[in-house]
Design a protein around this ligand. Structure first.
Ligand SMILES: C[S@@+](CC[C@H](N)C(=O)[O-])C[C@H]1O[C@@H](n2cnc3c(N)ncnc32)[C@H](O)[C@@H]1O
Length: 409
């Protein structure tokens, strides 16, 4: 894997112009596919794959294309919706007719649809945009096929992010300047219809749904239901523990989640929708669970440079992450692999060596490192400047990440 040459794993040529929807820290799909192909060539005896932090389902979609039985977990219901659409696709026999009907409904509902409401909706959307999104929402609900509705919802979610009053330069919710809001063009109906009409073709699939296992919830809990030595390959990019500050998966997803019909999402704890910060708080490292807290002596040296307040957050994240790692090591079959794509974020302008932490955990749970690949992070998957620290100025986010391959002994 290292022999491909310098920068091979960057996949610089790749630009996903036709992305169904953007998701924070989204993995580059062809890179992930190549990675799986290489691993399968080396070990053809892989039947199933697990991504415990599935996000928008890039790894799982690659696994599904290679006919693997897929298992995916994410705490964010929007992530699981996107993953479902990528894996299950839309049925060929109905999709064209459904799109034609969708357009008819939109025309029919123009000018005579009640405005959709939720608390503070006018802070996040302009009145005319609320009117148009309400029409789209009503038209999507008229579709009879759930798989197709879900595809429409994901296109709708992307439309919602684009036409909301939030800034596009950050994953956090930040209202744009008044002038920018007032001058924003409203062609959201056209945007949505175009998206649906051009992308559906890539999602036509005949899938065996019994091979698709997706769970909305906390990995820490859900992994407990997996048997020991049951998984052939675990491949994931874990969160970095900055879900409150930088890569706020939950905040990024909350506006779409408030609009989408909950009946079409997998079951989840709806208290997540009560506060914009709730999903991120429930995510790995986002909550302080004092009862379960135990300082891990082995990691103390990794955090000693960081200010006390931030160190506490890092320690909580590590504490959660260690437990997930232990579960992953338990359910992985002997001789099989754990593949992690991860980066070393900066906390208080000190690099937090997440790669070293993973090496120590691997060592502790009987996994050996087989490979470490380095790749430069392209484009806008991560904001370039992420935070400001007194006296130190702005802090750059990471530009490099590692793909680490461990094998269970
Ligand atoms: C780096 S992202 C994965 C991105 C993914 N590789 C993609 O291509 O879209 C990490 C994911 O972990 C999820 N996550 C964070 N804490 C979690 C937890 N405790 N249980 C399950 N998922 C969690 C986040 O919602 C986020 O989607």
């Amino acid at each position: 894997m290292n022999s491909y040459g310098k920068d091979y794993w960057d996949f610089t040529e790749y630009r996903d112009k036709k992305a169904l929807i953007k998701y924070p820290a989204m993995m580059v799909a062809p890179m992930q596919e190549q990675l799986l192909l290489d691993i399968l060539e080396f070990d053809p005896d892989i039947k199933n794959i697990l991504d415990p932090f599935a996000g928008s389902g890039t790894v799982l979609a690659a696994g599904n294309n290679l006919n693997l039985n897929t298992y995916g977990i994410d705490i964010n219901p929007l992530a699981i919706l996107i993953s479902r659409v990528k894996l299950e696709g839309v049925p060929e026999e109905n999709i064209r007719e459904s799109i034609a009907q969708l357009k008819t409904y939109i025309t029919l509902f123009l000018g005579n649809t009640d405005l959709f409401e939720f608390t503070n909706i006018r802070k996040w959307f302009r009145e005319d945009i609320i009117a148009d999104l309400s029409i789209l929402r009503k038209a999507i609900i008229c579709e009879k096929n759930k798989q197709i509705r879900r595809f429409f919802w994901v296109c709708f979610a992307d439309t919602i992010r684009k036409y909301s009053n939030t800034r596009s330069t950050t994953f956090k919710l930040h209202v744009k300047e008044k002038e920018k809001i007032e001058t924003m063009d409203n062609d959201c109906i056209q945007y949505f219809v175009n998206k649906v009409s051009t992308l559906y073709i890539d999602y036509i699939k005949e899938t065996d749904k019994t091979n698709i296992n997706l769970f909305t919830g906390n990995s820490l809990e859900i992994l407990k239901n997996f048997s020991d030595n049951s998984i052939d390959l675990i491949c994931t990019s874990p969160p970095y523990g900055d879900n409150h500050t930088t890569v706020t998966y939950g905040q990024y997803s909350i506006l779409p989640l408030l609009w989408i019909d909950l009946n079409d999402l997998d079951e989840f704890d709806v208290t997540m929708l009560e506060k914009f910060t709730a999903i991120d708080r429930m995510s790995l490292g986002g909550h302080y669970n004092l009862e379960q807290f135990e300082v891990e002596i082995v990691y103390n040296d990794l955090i000693k440079e960081i200010s006390e307040k931030k160190a506490k957050k890092v320690v909580y994240f590590i504490n959660d992450y260690c437990k997930v790692f232990e579960e992953l090591a338990r359910i992985l079959k002997k001789g099989k692999r754990l593949v992690l794509t991860l980066g070393n974020r900066r906390v208080d302008n000190h690099e937090f060596p997440f790669d070293i932490l993973n090496d120590r955990l691997a060592n502790r749970y009987g996994l050996i490192e087989e490979a470490k690949l380095t790749r430069n992070i392209q484009g806008k998957r991560m904001p370039v400047k992420v935070s400001n620290i007194p006296n130190l100025g702005s802090v750059k986010s990471m530009s490099k990440e590692y793909i680490k391959i461990y094998r269970k002994n």
